[in-house]
Design a protein around this ligand. Structure first.
Ligand code: ASP
Length: 589
């Protein structure tokens, strides 16, 4: 037997017992004739004591960091207890030890906070994964996985696998392709999601499906994306939007409670996409704090009467003027305001100026545009923003899309600076009634905002024949948003062949192209397809959020870096000529 206990298991009640432990040497400290070793495994750390009689043996067979050793000894109460360690009340007085494997010195410290940079950690990911922080992340991931499965199982969902070697699924990214040796010159695409297969399963009658499944999207890896990532993918038949929202709100409540001990009793708020854009400037609002955007002017329509009769060129000419009232910030100094102005001028934000109004606690108003606004006017502006005394109103003016985006960023930044974005607070919400289409300025075409299988609001179907009104059509599509991050989205699907054909036509697919790409689905819709709908959640991101962290990489055992590389195994890499020949491929680089 290699061990009787793990390194996280022994407590005061075990004192006097003889035990055998095995694990990795975390640290080694020599004090004269005695030596302490911290022994680590997945479960924790236990202190080992090598006293005088064993010390000479240690000199003969030196032990280094990350050696794998086995020790036998007696559990003793420690004189110098460590309240930070669960095993900190005891130590093992070693009587026998064996080195099971030696280790070269690791390239970075295997501690909670390591001295290793990102690249080094990725190259030696198997060492990085020994660090407690990564171990906790993977444990959390496993718990979320188990919790999701338990809930869905209880709701009658079946986990059904779908293939990875398929044909393109239109989720808006590029496909990863796999050449077929047996079918020369032909390629599979890896699924961007199991979308079409889960819909086919509905046609087959498997009316509650789920899968925790890999999806592959060949995108530029901006921010926090991975080329292969995991979705909790779900689909149901004979359901309306309300059924889906209820079922998956239940899933989230279950997981929050199960994994974090957080009970959310109330229903998740729901807001329409239009309202989200109007009040928060984006479709994934962080509602842990209020600070809504006030539309003084939007697309040349003035909503704040304080602007009437004011001769200020910047405001008069702007398409849109937006404001937020930042609580208790009227005492911001000149320096702080200058710094904020620099912040909004950064290329990522792209604004040229920031206007402020201080609603001073003595009841006076002071602004950066005092030349153009009387105090009465400032007061009127502030009233439109529901600003209280002590608030600092920040105003941006410019073109609609850019200004709204910039204000959305500024709102989040101010929330951050005021400490209102507490990672331990969970504020989920549904965003509903998304637009069906979005206009792609580059190609001058309409694209599906979600994907082409999403159904329009039934009362707007006739607009699908009027391209000039595509922008008005709303979909039965919904996203779930947590703390300012979209963590899932789905829709009620089209399930009739003729409507699906209309949708493909609206997206510019000829009947032949539609047949070639999606003939299997159109065909299936002729054999009794039930009404259905579903949703998919970003599993990696959900885990990161529940772990209180922003990046998903450290919640994935073996992630890719920003260039889509696995630097540990060195992939992707070239393949040899024999393989290329078998695949009838020629590399022209
Ligand atoms: N397949 C969709 C996606 O990956 C989710 C869904 O519509 O169920 O976003």
């Amino acid at each position: 037997m290699y061990r009787t206990h793990t390194c996280g298991e022994l407590r005061m009640q075990h004192t006097g017992e003889t035990v055998t432990l095995a694990g990795w040497v975390q640290t080694l400290r020599k004090f004269g004739s005695i030596t302490f070793i911290d022994l680590r495994d997945r479960y924790g750390i236990t202190q080992l004591l090598f006293n005088e009689s064993l010390n000479s043996k240690l000199d003969e067979t030196p032990i280094g960091r990350e050696y794998v050793i086995q020790v036998k000894g007696k559990v003793l109460e420690r004189s110098n207890k460590n309240p930070k360690l669960p095993t900190g009340d005891i130590e093992i007085e070693v009587t026998e030890f064996a080195i099971m494997n030696i280790a070269v010195t690791p390239p970075f410290t295997i501690e909670e906070d390591t001295d290793g940079g990102e690249d080094l950690r990725m190259k030696y990911r198997y060492l990085d994964l020994r660090r407690p922080v990564l171990r906790r992340n993977l444990e959390l991931r496993y718990k979320v996985n188990r919790s999701v499965r338990n809930y869905l199982d209880g709701q009658g969902f079946w986990d059904i696998e779908t293939p990875y070697l398929i044909k393109s699924t239109p989720e808006g990214a590029r496909d990863f392709v796999v050449p077929s040796r047996m079918n020369g010159g032909q390629f599979y695409a890896l699924p961007q999601s199991p979308q079409t297969f889960k819909q086919l399963l509905m046609v087959s009658g498997y009316d509650r499906y789920y899968q925790i499944v890999k999806c592959f999207r060949d995108e530029d890896l901006r921010a926090d994306r991975q080329p292969e990532f995991t979705q909790i993918d779900c689909e149901m038949s004979f359901v309306e939007q309300e059924d889906i929202l209820q079922t998956f709100e239940g899933l989230f409540k279950h997981v929050f409670n199960d994994v974090k001990g957080v009970k959310i009793e109330e229903a998740f708020p729901r807001i329409t996409w239009d309202d989200a854009m109007w009040n928060y400037g984006n479709d994934k609002p962080d509602i842990r704090f209020e600070m809504k955007i006030h539309n003084a002017k939007a697309k040349h329509t003035v909503y704040n009467t304080a602007l009437d009769g004011v001769e200020f060129k910047v405001f008069n000419e702007a398409e849109t003027i937006l404001a937020i009232a930042v609580p208790n910030a009227s005492e911001y100094t000149r320096k702080q305001l200058d710094e904020l102005t620099e912040w909004i001028k950064r290329p990522q934000i792209g604004m040229t100026g920031l206007v402020y109004i201080k609603c001073n606690t003595d009841g006076s108003y002071k602004s950066s545009v005092d030349k153009f606004f009387t105090e009465e006017k400032l007061k009127e502006f502030a009233a439109h923003c529901n600003a209280a005394t002590g608030d600092l109103i920040l105003i941006l003016a410019g073109a609609e899309t850019r200004t709204r985006k910039a204000m959305s960023e500024l709102r989040l930044e101010m929330g951050q600076r005021l400490g209102l974005r507490n990672p331990d607070v969970y504020k989920p919400l549904w965003v509903i009634d998304f637009p069906l289409f979005e206009y792609d300025e580059e190609s001058n075409t309409w694209a599906a905002r979600h994907h082409p299988f999403t159904s329009p609001k039934p009362e707007q179907i006739e607009l699908m024949a009027m391209p000039e009104r595509f922008g008005e059509i709303k979909a039965n599509a919904y996203d779930i948003v947590l703390n300012g991050t979209e963590i899932g989205g789905g829709s009620i699907r089209i399930f009739q062949r003729d409507l699906q054909e209309k949708m493909f036509a609206a997206l510019g697919l000829s009947p032949d192209e539609a047949q070639e790409k999606f003939g299997f689905l159109l065909g299936a819709f002729e054999y009794g397809a039930p009404p259905h709908g579903g949703i998919a959640f970003g599993f990696d991101r959900l885990c990161a959020l529940l772990g209180g962290q922003e990046t998903i990489r450290d919640f994935i055992a073996f992630p890719k870096n920003n260039s889509g590389r696995d630097v540990m195994i060195d992939a992707p890499s070239a393949i040899d000529d024999k393989q290329l020949n078998e695949l009838n491929l020629k590399v022209t680089l």
